[in-house]
Design a protein around this ligand. Structure first.
Ligand SMILES: NC(=O)c1ccc[n+]([C@@H]2O[C@H](COP(=O)([O-])OP(=O)(O)OC[C@H]3O[C@@H](n4cnc5c(N)ncnc54)[C@H](O)[C@@H]3O)[C@@H](O)[C@H]2O)c1
Length: 284
């Protein structure tokens, strides 16, 4: 079916970034979150993102205005009845996502694809919350979504070839590069990335080095653009913790246990850039 309107659940770091990408690519977007203040914050992210693109002459002022005009916002999930394709990007909590998919399944048009941006929850499990598991798929954008080229595409057990082909084609249409991952804990990127971030936090907790030296060592020693602690702040420490917990729950491998220091930071509400305080401090 033709996709004109994309429904995006969650207006946080990823939901707002994906909304920006989709609206800029010409789709009508309905961005949903549970509170007006979260939507306001999401729209601020989008405006800031578009302003940066404007400053770098990557878009025109007209494109910025047109992109913003294509984004509608709502706090009502029922509005998703008007969407032709769904990208769920709500918080990384399994019970929350299962509940959202159960509701989406009854609200949305019967023939549309319900995709999830989950970093670590099995797609097969999310699909099982619906009566259309052949149309449920992982569409995993990287952060920041407007900048990062990769999208991991993950089939659940029942995901059909048609669904896979439609999501691959949509990914290419918005200028991203798709890779296919099996429905395994952490898919490809987080399976490899999260243990590195977790290990950096263990190194910090054990006093092996300062946070600055840990990040500098990885940036200059392995040629990565950003250190693992700074990257954790960018991802969101609550999201990092949820991903580690989910990988640990699936694998029961002790090497995947989340670092206690990460848990304490999340307990303290130090969630990284989005709260202005993580391993580093930020102005918000
Ligand atoms: N942060 C990253 O680097 C990153 C990268 C790729 C994928 N992801 C995944 O994207 C998803 C979102 O992560 P994020 O970093 O944007 O988190 P976030 O905390 O920035 O935003 C999550 C948003 O979901 C909203 N939300 C909670 N319950 C909701 C509901 N019932 N309906 C609608 N919205 C609801 C919250 O209010 C919040 O605004 C997660 O599944 C995460 O694993 C995150």
């Amino acid at each position: 079916m033709t996709i004109k309107t994309i429904g995006i659940i969650g207006a946080g770091t990823m939901g707002s970034g994906i909304s920006q990408v989709m609206a800029l690519a010409g789709f009508e977007v309905i961005m949903m979150d549970i509170k007006d203040e979260f939507i306001r914050r999401g729209m601020e992210n989008i405006k800031n993102g578009l302003n940066k693109m404007l400053e770098k002459a990557k878009i025109t002022a007209q494109q910025k205005e047109d992109t913003l005009a294509r984004i509608r916002t709502t706090t009502r999930l029922e509005e998703m009845a008007n969407a032709d394709f769904i990208i769920e990007a709500a918080s990384e909590k399994e019970s929350l996502k299962l509940d959202i998919f159960r509701k989406l399944d009854s609200i949305c048009k019967k023939d549309i694809i319900l995709s999830t941006n989950t970093s670590s929850i099995p797609i097969t499990r999310i699909g099982s919350a619906t009566k259309r598991s052949d149309k449920v798929i992982g569409m995993h954008f990287m952060n920041p979504a407007p900048v990062m080229k990769l999208v991991e595409i993950i089939r659940g057990r029942d995901t059909s070839d048609e669904t896979f082909a439609a999501v691959t084609s949509l990914t290419e249409k918005i200028g991203k590069t798709p890779v296919e991952s099996k429905d395994r804990p952490g898919f490809i990127v987080n399976r490899i990335l999260m243990p590195m971030i977790n290990e950096a936090i263990f190194a910090l907790m054990e006093g092996a080095a300062s946070k600055e030296d840990i990040d500098t060592a990885i940036v200059l020693g392995t040629n990565q653009p950003i250190g693992p602690l700074a990257l954790a702040d960018l991802i969101g420490l609550d999201t990092v913790l949820s991903i580690m917990e989910s990988i640990y729950k699936e694998t029961k491998d002790p090497k995947q246990r989340p670092c206690p220091l990460l848990k304490r930071y999340v307990d303290a509400g130090w969630l990284g850039r989005k709260t202005g305080h993580g391993f580093y401090k930020y102005e918000i």
